[in-house]
Design a protein around this ligand. Structure first.
Ligand SMILES: *Cc1c(COP(=O)(O)O)cnc(C)c1O
Length: 370
């Protein structure tokens, strides 16, 4: 048996007729940029997600950059974010001219809210909690800090479509949230795609304008912007997938619960299972286990046909790109330790019980032989 780390093809085969028809429709009607599929996506995402304004953009990285810029963040400002994320979260902060300020993570792989306050200065303008793996950051506490110090909260929701904290969805807690629809994300296009959501009509309009060369009406450029449009083909794919996303999210939750129950049954003491933040709903973009024998286990799983990955091999402050900030490993002890121990197992809605059994058995066997 083989269990690939991601399996985008089996999902496609399940909805092939709808996807093929939707793509053909875009081509036949030459709606490559803008037009009905994109307008439909905007409306559908607002409805399914439960938000006032969705601004479709080219990818999840641009989404963050656009929000930061339209909130007026730039040179001389600081923005606080988690030390463990994909580089989009911090590179966009730098691209505005602001400085990324990193905070170590908690036991849920999300920003450690107890360490944020000590990083706030009179230059701080915003905090970007990242709902890494699909687990909600403690946005309630982040929100309290933002109110206290007059900061913006922007949620990086690239990995957490439909996650919830206290019954309220990821991305609906701050001034705006950003999503990625990169193919491997929980809601994935067939290329790059992303969006911004916000309840703030004025901010929504600014973001929309900036993402389209500073124009809301063709040839009426109120400012300079960038070219960050969602294309028609990606919108058409996403429109089909939006009909299934709630079921798929539920399947991810069931699969995670199954993994956890099988691991607990096997009683593998050397493996630490993912923890769920109280009062929250995880969307399991990733199912991460921890073990001191990570590298040996990963090699063993590869040999047995099981795909795994590491999210991420190098925490952001330790990257060469941020060497100029002069951070030390001692400043981020949780990230530093996780770096050597975390391992992401195959996780997607289409995963079968047999495949998950095989993953757990193979891991169990590894530790029994070790
Ligand atoms: C994927 C991802 C992004 C960026 O999304 P793209 O669509 O690839 O630009 C940003 N933040 C996080 C946490 C991500 O996982």
């Amino acid at each position: 048996m083989t269990v690939p780390f991601v399996d985008l093809k089996s999902q496609y085969l399940g909805i092939k007729d709808q996807i093929d028809a939707a793509i053909e429709d875009v081509i036949m009607n030459t709606m490559f940029i803008g037009g009905k599929p994109v307008a439909d996506f905007k409306e559908k995402f607002e409805k399914v997600y439960g938000t006032k304004h969705c601004i479709p953009v080219a990818n999840g990285t641009d989404a963050i950059y656009i929000v930061l810029r339209m909130l007026g963040i730039g040179e001389g400002d600081e923005v606080i974010t988690a030390a463990n994320s994909w580089i989009s979260t911090s590179e966009t902060i730098s691209q505005t001219g602001a400085k990324p300020v990193f905070v170590d993570v908690d036991e849920y792989y999300t920003i450690d809210v107890d360490q944020i306050e000590s990083k706030i200065t009179d230059k701080t303008k915003a905090i970007i909690p990242v709902h890494l793996t699909g687990q909600m950051a403690d946005v309630e506490k982040v929100g309290e800090l933002c109110s206290k110090y007059g900061l913006h909260m922007i949620e990086d929701t690239a990995q957490a479509h439909f996650s919830e904290l206290k019954g309220k969805r990821a991305g609906t807690w701050g001034i705006a949230a950003t999503f990625s629809f990169y193919p491997g994300k929980n809601l994935g296009a067939y290329g790059d795609a992303g969006c911004i959501i916000t309840e703030d009509a004025a901010l929504a309009e600014k973001c929309k304008m900036f993402a389209n060369h500073g124009a809301l009406k063709k040839h009426h450029h109120k400012m300079e912007g960038i070219n960050s449009r969602l294309d028609g083909m990606q919108a058409a794919v996403l429109n089909v997938k939006l009909d299934h996303i709630l079921d798929w999210t539920e399947s991810r939750r069931q699969n995670a619960a199954y993994y956890t129950s099988q691991f607990e049954k096997a009683g593998i003491s050397s493996v630490e299972l993912p923890k769920l933040r109280p009062d929250s709903k995880h969307s399991y973009h990733l199912y991460i286990i921890k073990t001191e024998k990570r590298d040996e286990l990963q090699a063993h799983l590869t040999e047995k046909g099981i795909g795994t990955a590491i999210h991420y091999p190098t925490p952001l402050p330790f990257m060469e790109a941020y060497s100029y900030l002069g951070h030390t490993e001692e400043e981020f002890p949780v990230c530093r330790k996780n770096q050597d121990e975390i391992l992401s197992l195959p996780m997607y809605p289409e995963l079968t019980k047999e495949q998950m059994d095989y993953v757990v058995e193979t891991i169990d066997q590894f530790f029994n032989e070790a």
